[in-house]
Design a binder for this molecule. Structure first.
Ligand code: NAD
Ligand code: MLT
Length: 313
């Protein structure tokens, strides 16, 4: 049985999270304005901490949290939490990995369609008073090949949705066997063979040493000229400097980026490139996903107090 009585929510999480916790007698403070130093000063007052991605739960925060027993991430990625420090301090880390899958998948598909038709660029141009029908000639999706790297929750939802456009889906994942991929109509390719197949490539892996720079100078060179890429997973899986070079040479015809190596991004040349569709990390930003992850993380805290089995990171 856990003993969580006081919880700090330090990021903007749907109010349902607070309601679920309070209904179970847990005292909740919502403060999304804490500086890193203020968080370190405040954290000893709490048994539990709930964050999204803005709060950086560093080793300093975790070590200062003398009463901290549990950290909850209302979302999937836990890369803003120092898991090693949490483990060393005996602090449990939980996340809600399935709650925003559909939103992230829909967002990825939206970005792919936008890449094919340059809708954001055309809209921006019209707002500037232009009517540039020739400049925004697009391509059809029917018959194109989409490479999906990472065939987990989001990757496979992207596959089935894009198949409805007549897109051929190919993919790679080190732990998903070819037969399993076939069940959702993804042709399995080893990575080296996958690059030259694709008109579009989308990445849906965690950011780990094996995936950092997965798309870089060497791999862009193996792609079809004019490949279009989407990153709705984590900044750094596509090497931003290499991507800029590929865009400048025409090896890459377009990139839609929801996530960046640094957020907000520092690479302004990349963000300003006319063939880039930059988005401010909105993959999970839907009413439905935010409601789901807020309730799920709160229920996990309640389960912890009630001695039920735990789930997460
Ligand atoms: P998941 O764990 O269900 O799937 C990830 C897949 O990547 C796994 O099947 C894993 O085997 C595979 N993988 C690991 N290493 C690989 C490698 N070297 N090459 C190819 N595949 C590899 O995760 P998910 O829920 O599908 O999330 C995918 C990514 O999307 C995560 O990085 C997550 O943080 C991110 N995400 C972003 C948003 C957003 O707002 N943009 C929202 C939700 C999730
Ligand atoms: C996630 O990992 O869940 C995403 O980055 C979404 C988010 O919480 O913004």
């Amino acid at each position: 049985m856990g003993d969580i009585r006081k919880v700090l929510i330090s990021d903007s999480v749907d109010p349902k999270c607070k309601s679920v916790l309070e209904a179970k007698g847990i005292e909740v403070t919502l403060n999304t304005k804490l500086s890193p130093a203020e968080l370190v000063a405040e954290i000893p007052n709490y048994d539990g901490l709930i964050v999204r991605s803005a709060t950086k739960v560093t080793a300093e925060v975790i070590k200062a949290g003398k009463n901290l027993k549990i950290i909850g991430r209302a979302g999937t990625g836990v890369d803003n939490i120092d898991i090693k420090a949490a483990t060393e301090c005996g602090v449990i880390v939980m996340n809600t990995p399935g709650g925003n899958t559909l939103s992230a998948a829909e967002h990825t598909c939206t970005l792919m369609v936008c890449l094919a038709r340059q809708v954001p660029q055309a809209a921006a141009s019209m707002r500037e008073g232009r009517w540039d029908r020739k400049k925004y000639m697009g391509i059809e999706l029917m018959g194109k090949t989409l490479g999906i790297i990472g065939l987990g929750r989001i990757g496979r939802e992207v596959a089935t949705r894009m198949q409805s456009f007549g897109v051929r889906t190919v993919g790679y994942d080190p732990i998903v066997p070819a037969e399993a991929a076939k069940e959702f109509d993804v042709e399995f390719f080893e990575l080296n063979d996958l690059w030259p197949e694709c008109d579009f490539i989308t990445v849906h892996t965690p950011l780990i040493p094996q995936t950092r720079g997965l798309l870089g100078d060497e791999t862009f060179a193996k792609c079809k000229k004019g490949v279009r890429v989407i990153n709705c997973a984590r900044g750094g899986i596509i090497d931003e400097a290499a991507l800029l070079r590929a865009l400048q040479s025409g090896q890459c015809a377009g990139a839609a980026l929801d996530v960046f190596e640094q957020e907000p991004p520092q690479n302004t040349e990349l963000v300003q490139h006319p063939n880039v569709i930059p988005v401010c990390h909105l993959g999970a930003s839907t009413v439905e996903a935010q409601s789901r992850v807020a309730v799920e993380i709160a229920e996990q805290f309640v389960d912890f107090n009630e001695g039920k089995s735990l789930f997460g990171a």
